[in-house]
Write a protein that binds this ligand. Structure first.
Ligand code: AMP
Ligand code: MG
Length: 540
């Protein structure tokens, strides 16, 4: 079978002849897909298509060969235009040659159906009619192509993520379900804490200004008792730690400082402390206690309980899917054969999300686009059921890298696919109506760095907390590095002395992660940084 495939940025000619060898063969059937003037009910001036040319060509060839096994075909010519294609111009041309017309029709029909589904050529956007006065015919072809290839600077990638992630609506939950979520209301104290004056000691309550040395014990108050009573000079009440003080202006003498004889006590040692916690001493009713955006950790939850907030309004529980890719990846418990490696990214992500109160679904996908799609279909996966989809590996342009196509197939619009950072340049970010997705590089160190740089930014926006910011700190030791054209995020250990750069040579190196709690930001083309230098860093 003769096959000719072209991906082009320029217009497709009006007249195309069959490949020379096929000129005199049976039937030559042609199809042209022309850009129509409306899309989703609105008038448009052009469509923009994007593709990874090598990958698209490979898939088109595979598809043609596969279909020819069922529908005999002598040859085919496919020309697909990418970039901005004005209304009325041809986006795709397909010519098919078969011995019989019916075979050519069947072949062409199946090819056109499968082209849209299987080939990584994406309709990126429709340009509204208002854009018609832009000169679409020349410079924009190259502009759009350039943008597709564009490697975004780190800050630009982060602000793209921030502008594309929408805050999710809050929910009211019990305290037991609130750990790790973000408070989405300002909480005011519903009660004083402590709610009454109470003793901080096991001892004897007496009037604050009573100068007697011997007291008559007239009552006993345990922690759960509520026994208001007036005390007279010379009277004492036995009282337990935390028990409500029976009367105003009392002090508590620690039991270690008295000698008891029946119902009488004698003071052995005088104390300055009153040993009383005053009502509302810690929290006053109506006081603003916690601001919206606070991440609910153990301490904050304890404070909410104390102040009477049992059903806080919080961020919803995020549903996250994390797919690993790569036929070389085996589960942790399996001994790898030559050429295989254990999957460390799954547990890495599980750990990184552990404090975020997410529901995490993890699956391994086969390294074949068709098989991966089928597997996803078997768990009736709907991207809309997840707030965040992470794909590990397959994010660059290797022969088997299909992450971008997979995300497109799941309905995501790809916003960018490369960021100028080390480690972790192939980084895909996509959005659809209800979810966001990242294609993260497979190397564990890149996976870790990209999670902290990009995924945490997206999570913060979705749940309504402040994204992590770069802080500034001092290098405790010289950081040795050769100048790199990309910005570098260097694993480091932050302690009281400063930032200690850790050793790593490749983004597959993972030993440094055992100590990493910070990433030092090294500007592009910078190289080594001396000890004592003030640097930017991100905590991890
Ligand atoms: P990729 O991003 O698919 O090109 O993968 C880059 C490197 O990361 C390859 O050496 C992979 O073997 C490795 N890798 C991919 N996925 C994982 C994983 N889940 N755990 C550990 N290493 C991985
Ligand atoms: Mg891979």
């Amino acid at each position: 079978m003769e096959i000719e495939i072209q991906l082009t940025n320029g217009p497709i000619s009006e007249k195309i002849s069959p490949p020379a060898q096929l000129d005199s063969a049976g039937a030559w059937l042609e199809f042209r897909g022309v850009v129509r003037d409306s899309e989703n009910g609105g008038k448009i001036s052009a469509l923009e298509y994007e593709a990874y040319p090598e990958m698209a060509e490979r898939e088109i060839r595979r598809l043609l060969e596969e279909i020819s096994k069922k529908n005999p075909c002598l040859g085919a010519k496919v020309i697909h235009r990418v970039g901005i294609i004005p209304v009325g111009e041809t986006a795709v041309y397909v010519g098919v040659s078969s011995q019989h017309r019916a075979e050519a029709i069947a072949f062409l029909g199946e090819f056109m159906d499968r082209l849209k589904q299987d080939v990584p050529i994406w309709k990126r956007r429709a340009l509204p009619l208002a854009a018609a006065n832009v000169n679409l015919r020349t410079s924009d072809f190259t502009d759009s192509h350039r943008r597709l290839q564009k490697v975004l600077p780190l800050d630009e990638a982060v602000s793209e993520i921030q502008s594309h992630c929408k805050l999710l609506p809050p929910v009211r939950v019990s305290l037991g379900a609130a750990f790790g979520r973000v408070l989405r209301e300002t909480v005011f104290a519903a009660e004083d804490s402590p709610p009454f004056d109470c003793s901080t000691r096991d001892g004897f309550a007496v009037l604050q200004n009573d100068s007697a040395e011997i007291f008559q014990v007239v009552d006993t108050i345990h922690a759960a008792d509520w026994k208001p009573r007036e005390l007279k000079s010379g009277e004492a009440v036995r009282i337990a730690t935390g028990a409500p003080s029976p009367y105003e202006n009392l002090r508590v003498i620690m039991q270690e400082n008295v000698e008891r004889n029946g119902d009488r006590i004698k003071i052995l040692k005088h104390e300055n402390a009153l040993n009383i916690r005053k009502r509302g001493e810690d929290v006053k009713v109506g006081q603003p206690l916690m601001q919206t955006g606070a991440r609910l950790d153990a301490g904050k939850l304890a404070l909410l309980v104390t102040a009477g907030c049992a059903q806080p309004l919080v961020s919803p529980r995020l549903r996250v899917a994390h797919f690993t890719t790569g036929d070389e990846i085996v589960p942790p418990e399996q001994s790898p054969n030559p050429g295989q490696i254990r999957d460390s990214n799954s547990i890495l992500i599980r750990g990184l999300l552990a404090n975020s109160n997410c529901e995490l679904v993890q699956e391994h996908l086969p390294e074949d686009f068709e098989a991966a799609k089928k597997l996803i279909e078997t768990f009736t996966f709907e991207s809309s059921a997840f707030n965040l989809i992470l794909v590990s590996g397959g994010a660059s342009v290797g022969e088997k890298d299909f992450t971008r196509s997979l995300l497109e197939w799941l309905g995501f619009e790809i916003i960018f696919s490369q960021v100028n950072v080390r480690p972790g340049r192939p980084l895909i970010f996509g959005v659809n109506e209800s979810s966001i997705a990242f294609g993260l590089p497979g190397n564990p160190l890149s996976h870790f760095v990209c999670f902290h740089l990009f995924v945490t930014t997206a999570l913060a926006k979705l749940i309504g907390t402040e994204p992590k910011r770069f802080l500034s700190g001092q290098l405790a030791k010289k950081l040795n590095d050769a100048p790199c054209p990309r910005e570098t995020l260097w694993p480091a250990r932050l302690d009281a002395v400063g930032l200690h750069p850790l050793a790593w040579a490749s983004s597959g190196d993972i030993t440094c992660l055992t100590e990493t709690n910070a990433l030092v930001r090294i500007p592009a083309n910078h190289g080594s940084i001396d000890a004592g230098t003030e640097v930017e860093f991100l905590t991890t």
